[in-house]
Design a protein around this ligand. Sequence first.
Ligand code: PMP
Length: 390
Amino acid sequence: MQRSQRIRGLTGGGSDGWDVFLKARAMIADGIAVTELTIGEHDVRTAAPILQEMHRRAMAGHTGYAAVPGTSSLRDTVAARVQARTGVPTTRDNVVITPGGQAALFAAHMAACDPGDTALYIDPYYATYPGTLRGAGACPQVITAQAEDAFQPRAEALQAHAKAAASLLINTPNNPTGVVYSNATLRTIADVCREDDLWLISDEVYDTQVWEGQHVSPRALPGMAERTLVVGSMSKSHAMTGSRCGWIVGPEEVIADLITLATHTTYGVPGYIQDASVFALNLGEAFEADIAAPFRRRRAIARNVMARQNTLSLIPSQGAMYLMLDVRATGLTGEAFAYDLLEQHHIAVMPGESFGAAAAGHIRVAMTIEDDAFARALKTLCRHAEQLAA
Ligand code: PMP
């Protein structure tokens, strides 16, 4: 049987960027001890009180079909949270609950783009982006942010493609770079979206992980609430990656459309997961700071380790759970470096190339293991780079 062009073409024909990660997982399955610094997952599990609430609500019977748009209680909680953080009036009618941020990214592009429309995204990018955009029927068009601009996209680069596009996807704090967009960058993005009548899809799943400066949601910028779809998630902020609970915040009419889409695709998110998410969100900012604290600490550890060597350079980051290292002085590509490190030292990192051409010659290190082991792995990684460069 012929499989659809769409499904076969989802990764654009090449690798989808997960090869090193899969090799590391295969080594682990073979009993090899691998230090895993690949995917963005906390080393702590979902907190016991959140799980207890999930269990309590499931035992109380909240196991049937939940309301497709999301429970009123979770939609209200998300709306209040967004309004408190951005000052933009937000009600439950501006919120649809989705099975995680990933499903929200897909749904947002379904709402913003017709089949064949150009959907812009910025390189370096989270590895699923181009496939998600293709899956939604759009034609992904990349905009390059340069390492020498600290990976903040330039106005000219955005303007070059904006006229012909339907949407622009941004992600700040950024995966993979850890960069938080400056106010100037966000103003430029907002100007381009207004001038060329683009939807802005703003992936803010790392909004509680900011180490320097401040997270600004572009939905709060003048004239942007009517054209911005904010993607949020419980995954990173509350260490609830496996619970698959996220949302889109946007104008009421498009949220109504997205609810129709949910009826015909996901049919909602389990009620007991949503109840546990309300409970988790009500734990407040101190809890979110606790979840973020290990990454803040490890970023400081990494800066110390990196200051003692001069083969690799650390991309200055302000947020998220990752570090980007420029490995070009070793003479290797990011991919070759990652494979070499995995084979020789059993340390797994993601090649920059998995996140686009702009991140070639870099690696992404997830700060997701315990502090001492993290410091040791980084030191080994630096020594390995020094030997390669020598
Ligand atoms: N956006 C970005 C930038 C991410 O890094 C991730 C997960 N790694 C997601 C969205 C999706 O997260 P989830 O589906 O778990 O909410």
